[in-house]
Write a protein that binds this ligand. Structure first.
Ligand code: 5GP
Ligand code: MG
Ligand code: MG
Length: 179
């Protein structure tokens, strides 16, 4: 285990097992369809790359990068699009892939935006959810794991761009971000 991590919440094996289940669920739910899977850069990339390998129907992939306006680490709810989709999504079944729902403000904004662009359907899949932190009424259609209100790193999730490459999901020691 990395010395900056206090606790492993989900091992690499546990994550892969859960992703396999989510892939099977999505495969069943989208039978006969050709969904567009949209990963939110950069946190969702590791999860997305493993998830799509477990989806056994034709899919297309695209990415968006967003940042929330305003101060600090707290989401403001006003989202700036850094990188947009490469295609129209009108009439498409869209699945947004996120790393973690914290306040939920980012995903609510994105879901509304993609619905305004006339997607046929918009569903959310997130690796992690912190329900205690939600500021809006949001429920993922597909959820990997619920996590407590700690700062989580690994499997795509960063602190100051580090720790994304940890193959497990863990809690970052508070002294790392308090120093
Ligand atoms: P929100 O749901 O508040 O709009 O923002 C979610 C985003 O905040 C996530 O996509 C992620 O980038 C970041 N975030 C929220 N909680 C954590 C956490 O515990 N660890 C890390 N690494 N990022 C987090
Ligand atoms: Mg994210
Ligand atoms: Mg981050």
């Amino acid at each position: 285990m990395h010395t900056d991590v206090s606790e492993v919440l989900f091992t690499e094996q546990a994550v892969q097992d859960r992703i396999r289940e989510l892939g099977a669920q999505i495969t069943r739910d989208y039978e006969g369809k050709n969904p567009l899977i949209i990963g939110i850069l950069k946190g969702a990339t590791l999860f997305m790359s493993d998830l799509v390998k477990r989806i056994e129907i034709p899919v297309e992939l695209d990415f968006m990068a967003v940042s929330s306006y305003g101060h600090s680490s707290e989401s403001s709810g006003v989202v700036r699009i850094i990188k947009d989709l490469e295609q129209s999504i009108e009439g498409r079944d869209v699945i947004i892939v996120e790393d973690i729902i914290d306040t939920g403000l980012t995903l609510i904004y994105l879901k509304n935006l993609l619905q305004q662009r006339k997607a046929a359907s918009v569903k959310l899949v997130t690796l992690l959810d912190k329900p205690d932190r939600h500021k809006v009424d949001i429920t993922a259609d597909y959820l990997g794991f619920t996590v407590p209100d700690h700062f989580i790193v690994g499997f795509g999730l960063d602190y100051a761009e580090r720790y994304r490459n940890l193959p497990y999901i863990g809690v970052l020691k508070p002294e790392v971000y308090q120093s």
